[in-house]
Write a protein that binds this ligand. Structure first.
Ligand code: PEP
Ligand code: MN
Length: 348
C-alpha cells in the first residue's frame, strides 16, 4: 500500500506512522517530496488500511493489491477452465445453460429440456429449492424437483445446474446436480460458501444484488480458499434506481472481471432484465462483451409458469437467439454449439 501524508504532517507524525507500520511487520520506503511525504509499504501479510488512515498526519492510504488472492489474475494468469464431463467451461466455446426457473412437472421439465438441447444448450438449469421474495410464492418441489431435473437432463444428454440455498441441502443436491448454483441472495452466505469450498463439484456464484465486483470476488475467495478451485461467476443484474427493468444488468462487469480474475464469467440476462423481450438483446451484448457463458430461463409454457414466467423465453425465441449467437461469437474469436440446428418458425 501507499501512505500519502498530509502537507501539514509534522516530522514526529511521519515517524510515528513509520514506527507503527514497522511494528505491524511491514517494510517502509520513505520518499520525501517538496510538499508531501509518501510511504511505500510492503510486507508478507495484509494489514487493515483503515487502521493506518486514521493515524495523525495521514492524508490517504491507497491499496495497490487486491484483497483477494486465489481469485485474482495476479495469482493465476491463465484462464481457469472447468470441465463438467465433456462440457468445457471457460474455453473458446461459449457455454449456454437454459431451462425453467423452477421444476414444476415432468411434462414441463422434459419438453423444456428437449427444446433447449435442440437449440444448442449444454446444461439444463432449474430450481428445486427456490429463494422467493414472498413466503407465499411457490417454493420449489424439493427432492422431487431434483429427480425430475436429473431425469430430464439425462434424457437429453445435458448437464444439470441447480440452486443450493443452505448447507443442509448440499447432500441431497449432490446426488443429482453437476453444478451448484449460489443465488444472488446467498452471495454473502459465508457458511454456505465455506461448505461449498469443501465439496468437489463446480460452483456458479451469482453476484449479489448490491455487491461490488470486489465483494463478489471476495465471496469467490471463500470457496477457493476451502480447496474447491472450480468456481464460475455469474452477473445477473444489480439493484439500481432504474425501475424499467427488474435489475440493471452490468455488462461492464464482464471485461472488469476478466481483467481482475481468471475465473469464467457467465451472464444471466433473464434475471438481469425481468422481461423476455429484453433477454435476447442483452444475451447478445453479453456474448459480444466476452462472457464465457449464458444462463437463460426458458419454459415450454412461460405464460403459465409458477415462477419468473415474464422473463422466461418461449423455446422458439431461445432457438432464434442461439442462431444469432452463432453469428456473433466468431466475430470475437469464439464459438458456440453448432449441433443439431432444428429450425422452426420464429414467429414469437
Ligand atoms: C434463479 O436463477 O432462478 C435465481 C433465483 O437467480 P438469482 O439468484 O440471480 O436471483
Ligand atoms: Mn428465476
Amino acid at each position: 500500500m501507499v501512505v500519502v501524508m498530509s502537507e501539514r504532517a509534522t516530522e514526529a507524525q511521519i515517524d510515528s506512522v513509520i514506527q507503527r507500520l514497522i511494528e505491524l511487520g511491514m517494510d517502509v520506503h520513505r520518499s520525501s517530496g517538496v510538499t508531501r511525504t509518501v510511504l511505500g509499504v510492503v510486507g508478507a501479510h495484509k494489514i487493515d488500511p483503515d487502521l493506518i488512515a486514521i493515524l495523525d498526519g495521514v492524508h490517504e492510504v491507497l491499496r495497490i493489491t487486491e484483497p483477494y488472492k486465489l481469485a485474482s489474475r495476479t495469482f493465476k494468469a491463465d484462464d481457469t477452465v472447468i470441465n463438467v464431463g465433456e462440457v468445457r467451461i471457460g474455453g473458446d466455446e461459449v457455454i449456454v445453460m437454459a431451462g425453467p426457473c423452477s421444476a414444476e412437472t415432468e411434462e414441463q421439465v422434459f419438453s423444456t429440456a428437449a427444446a433447449v438441447k435442440r437449440a444448442g444448450a449444454k446444461v439444463l438449469r432449474g430450481g428445486a429449492f427456490k429463494p422467493r421474495s414472498s413466503p407465499y410464492s411457490f417454493q420449489g418441489l424439493g427432492e422431487d424437483g431434483l429427480k425430475l431435473l436429473r431425469a430430464g437432463a439425462n434424457a437429453h444428454d445435458l448437464k444439470l445446474i441447480t440452486e443450493v440455498m443452505d448447507i443442509s441441502q448440499i447432500e441431497v443436491i449432490d446426488k443429482y446436480a453437476d453444478i451448484y448454483q449460489v443465488g444472488a441472495r446467498n452471495m454473502q452466505n459465508f457458511t454456505l460458501l465455506r461448505e461449498l469450498g469443501r465439496t468437489r463439484k463446480p460452483v456458479m456464484l451469482k453476484r449479489g444484488i448490491a455487491a461490488t465486483v470486489e465483494e463478489w470476488l471476495l465471496s469467490a475467495e471463500y470457496i477457493l480458499s476451502g480447496g474447491n478451485g472450480e468456481v464460475m461467476l455469474c452477473e445477473r443484474g444489480i439493484r439500481t434506481f432504474e425501475t424499467a427493468t427488474r435489475n440493471t444488468l452490468d455488462v461492464s462487469a464482464i471485461p472488469i472481471v476478466k481483467e481482475l480474475s481468471h475465473l469464467p464469467i457467465f451472464v444471466d440476462p433473464s434475471h438481469g432484465t425481468g422481461r423476455r423481450d429484453k433477454v435476447a438483446p442483452m444475451a447478445r451484448a453479453a456474448a459480444a462483451a466476452g462472457a464465457d457463458g449464458l444462463i437463460i430461463e426458458v419454459h415450454n409454457d412461460p405464460d403459465h409458469a409458477l415462477s419468473d414466467g415474464a422473463q422466461s423465453m418461449f423455446p422458439v425465441q431461445f432457438d432464434r437467439l442461439m442462431a444469432e449467437l452463432r453469428i456473433i461469437t466468431p466475430a470475437i474469436g469464439r464459438s458456440i454449439c453448432t449441433e443439431p440446428l432444428a429450425r422452426r418458425g420464429w414467429a414469437r
